[in-house]
Design a protein around this ligand. Structure first.
Ligand code: HEM
Length: 365
């Protein structure tokens, strides 16, 4: 745990607890609810919320970022607190995002770990500006602890889906191939479900490539070596800070030819990376601290991607001269590579599918 995280009152958060009994207890609870077999019980809810999300997208596609923001939160809120997110201004949703942003901002104060005496500087003194951040974070930490812990993880899934829209805008041929597969397997008389997954190899490859391409957590979580170790001839003294460079792994040209391009085909039989290091083996962390929400998040990504692709065409918007507007690719340089919306056109692929979504969502709401 970083000193700033300790000062902000986040020592109780699972990812900040050093390995030991307390962490084992917390992880056992998380595993019970977010891993097999319990995680399978959430599939129905994930499908249902996805259908309601499609309905919101039919009504106001220009607000796609708001709808994406709400989708995983609705499910996490129901799964963990039985709380239903009823609109975009939901208090839980906002607090969850605020706390996630503070977690991200905390990395800016990493220097305190190297100059710990600075923690005593008053706010008005040069270098003491972190004190204001600490004060605000402490207030949120209490609220967060008592009410909205799980929603802090919402940001990662949101960011994955925002990157999915960006990939579809940049790579229309990938979108076309994915939709061809869906049309054959799912048809256009019903919405997709998890049961279709086994018959959709291209969509599975697309979801895997999305995890690699976006590298939303370019530097994995910071850990400290509990004891001295040797790695490839390098001595790592106990207490050393270890930061996995997920960005470099995901951009390794030897493993992933043309690493900056979005190429789901690399994961298909005969593809260049089929037998390589898979992104789902490193973007969720490793070993005993691996992300306990991984299965839940991968299910969420699959059902959202396949549902959006069956129902909508995603295209670049045109400017007043009829020229395509380049999508927004400005990821925020932070612990999570947050991405804002692009100007784009998201339209139902047919009248039939639009009315099917409306009928289906009508019976759910
Ligand atoms: C695309 C979505 C997600 C990604 C990429 C992701 C990634 C990660 C990573 C890299 C870690 C750090 C692992 C390490 O310390 O080595 C982590 C930890 C964690 N994640 Fe996720 N995560 C995602 C979604 C979720 C969701 C939806 C939940 C909640 C259900 C969740 C709950 C947690 C928790 C509690 C930890 C701390 C585990 C510990 O320190 O022992 N994550 N995640």
């Amino acid at each position: 745990m970083l000193l700033i995280q300790h000062l902000c009152g986040w020592a109780w958060v699972t990812s900040m607890i050093p390995y030991g009994d307390s962490l084992r207890k917390q992880r056992a609870i998380l595993h019970r609810f977010f891993q097999f077999p319990e995680v399978l019980n959430y599939k129905e809810l994930q499908e249902r919320e996805c259908h309601l999300f499609l309905r919101r997208l039919v009504d106001s596609p220009e607000n796609y970022d708001r709808h994406i923001r709400r989708l995983p939160a609705s499910i996490l809120g129901l799964n963990t607190y039985g709380h239903e997110v009823k609109d975009d201004n939901d208090r839980y949703l906002e607090l969850g995002e605020e706390s996630a942003e503070m977690t991200i901002e905390a990395v800016n104060y990493l220097y305190l770990d190297f100059l710990p005496w600075m923690r005593f500087l008053p706010a008005w003194f040069p270098g003491g500006s972190f004190q204001k951040f600490v004060e605000e974070s402490r207030k949120l930490s209490t609220l967060f602890r008592n009410e909205i812990y799980a929603l802090n993880k919402n940001k990662r899934t949101i960011t994955t889906l925002m990157n999915f829209v960006l990939a579809m805008l940049k790579y229309p041929e990938v979108q076309r191939r994915a939709q061809e597969e869906i049309d054959v397997v799912v048809g256009n008389d019903r919405l997709p479900t998890f049961k279709d997954r086994a018959q959709l190899p291209y969509i599975r490859a697309l979801c895997l490539e999305l995890l690699r391409w976006q590298a939303i957590l370019p530097l994995g979580f910071i850990h400290t070596a509990a004891e001295e170790d040797v790695y490839h001839g390098y001595r790592i003294p106990a207490g050393t800070m270890v930061i996995p460079n997920v960005w470099a792994i995901s951009r390794n040209e030897d493993i992933y030819p043309k690493p900056l391009d979005f190429i789901p085909e690399r994961w298909l039989p005969g593809g260049s990376s089929l037998n390589s290091f898979r992104p789902d083996e490193y973007v969720f962390g490793y070993g005993r601290r691996i992300c306990p929400g991984q299965v839940w998040a991968e299910h969420m990504i699959f059902i959202a991607v396949v549902s959006i692709l069956e129902a909508f065409k995603i295209e670049k918007a045109l400017d007043s001269d009829g020229e395509p507007i380049p999508p927004n690719e400005n990821h925020k340089p932070a612990a999570i590579r947050l991405l804002g919306p692009s100007e784009c056109m998201i339209a139902p692929r047919s009248e039939k599918i639009a009315s099917m979504i409306c009928d289906c969502a009508g019976t759910l709401s």
